[in-house]
Design a protein around this ligand. Sequence first.
Ligand code: FE
Ligand code: CA
Length: 512
Amino acid sequence: MTADRGRRDFLRAASVVLAAPAIALNGCARTRIHGDPFTLGVASGSPLPDSVVLWTRLAPDPLHGGGLAPAGVNVQWEVAADENFRKIARRGIAAAEPQYAHSVHVDVDGLEPDRWYWYRFMVGAATSPIGRTRTAPPPQALGAWRFAFASCQQYEQGYYAAHRHMAEENLDLVVFLGDYIYESSWGRNHVRSHEASEPFTLAQYRNRYARYKSDPDLQRCHARFPWIVTWDDHEVSNDYADDRSEKLDPTFLARRAAAYQAYYEHMPLRASSRPQGARMRLHSHYDFGRLARFYLLDDRQYRSYQACQTAGRGGSSTVEVCTERLREDRTMLGAEQEAWLRARFADSAARWNILAQQTLMAQLDRTVDGNSRFWTDGWDGYPAARRRLLSELIAHKVRNPIAIGGDIHANVVSDLKLDFDDPTAPIVAAEFCGTSITSQGPRQSFYDNRRARNPHVKLARSDKRGYTTVRLTAERAYVDLRALDDEKRADSPIATLARFNVLKDVPGAAPD
Ligand code: FE
Ligand code: CA
C-alpha cells in the first residue's frame, strides 16, 4: 500500500467518528458518551505469527481524566483482511474498564502469519480511526523484515515530524526503546507545553500519556504498524533504579506503581504485562521466523543502584575513581531477567539477534585527556553485567547479534567487545544507539573531542533528531540513520544521515 493511500485511510477513518453522543451498552446499563471517545487513536503491537494486540482507550476528555463515568463500557472490535472491512477475519467485544482508564487491550488470535490486517473499534455510534497491523512470519521463514526503532520524545522540545515520516516508511514493525513520555519539563526552545506539573499520581500520569498520545503524527505512526515497546527512566522519573529515585523519595514505589500502570494502560501490551502493584513484567522476546529474534529488555526495574552516589542523593554521575562501579555483583537486568535472557540465547535459532534495550551499551570514556571517566547510569555503570551479557552471546554462539538503543539523544554506532581498551579484542556485536525523536542531545563537540578515547565508536552524531530503519535479509542488515532537518518544525523534511551494513557472520557495522 502506498503512503498516500495510507494517509487517505487515516483521514477517512477520522471523519467517520461521529460527533453525536454515543450510547454504549454495558451489560444492561447504558453509558452515554459525549464527544469522540477515540481521541487517543488506536495502536497494535506485540505481534506473533497468529496473534496481535489491539489497543485503544476511550477518552472523550483525554487531558482531564478521560471524561467517562466510572463504569465498564463494551467496545466492539473488528479485524479484516482488507482495508474496506469486507473480509472480516475476527471480531468481538472487549471491556473498557474504569480501573484501567477505559483502555482496551484485545489479544486477537487465530490470525494468519506474515500478513497485513486492518482493525477498528466501535462504541455506540462512534467508530475509531482504522489501524493497520501485521502478524509475524511463520517459525521457519527466512524472508526479509524491515523495522524502525526510536526513543526519547520530549513533547515540549519538538514536533513529531519524525513519526509522520516513520509512518510513511515501508516498515513491518516499530520498536520503541523508552522515554515515550517525560515526567519533567526541561530543555531549550520549547515549541509546546505539557500544560501540567510533574506527575506523581495515577491520574496525573494518565493525563501525561493523553497529552503525548493526542499528537496526530504519533497516532498516525501507531495506526500504521505494530509496535513492540520497552521503557526507560522518564516513564517514571529521571535516573531511577529499582526502588530508588534521584531524590530518594520514600514513597517512590507508590509513584512507580502509578507510572507502570499508566504505561500498561497506554501501550499495546498483553495481559501478561499487567502491573502487580509496583511490579510489571515487560521483558519479552519476539521471533520473526528464523530471520530475527528481538530481546526486549527492561534495564530499569531490577538494576543495582548507580555506583558511587553522593550522600543523600540517588541517580547518576560521571565518575573517575569508583571501585563500586566495577563490582561483579552489580546487575543491569536483575538475576531473573539475566537467567531468562541466557535461556533465550540458548534456544535462539535466529539468523539475526536484536538486543532491543534502552541505552548505549558500548563503553564511552567521557574524558578528553587524563584519567578515564564514565557515566554511571548507562552500561558503563555496570561493566561486569555488560561483560556477562556479551560473554553469553559468545558462549551460546548467538548468530549476528545487533544491539539497538536510545536514551543518550545521539546516534552512536559502535563495535561491542569484551574489552574495549584492547584494540585487538574481537568484535562481539554491532551496536546502533539511535538518536531521539525530539529530546535535545549534547553538543556535537562532546563526541568530536572524545574520538581518540573511544576508537570502537564509528559514528557519533548528537546534533540530529530522528529514528533508525533496519532492513533484515538472510544475508545482510541494511541500517539507515534518518535525520530531521529541524525537530522544531512540524513540517521538517527528513534525510538519511548515514547508512551502514552488517553482513551475515561478519561482526560489526560497516559503512555503506
Ligand atoms: Fe531520553
Ligand atoms: Ca533516559
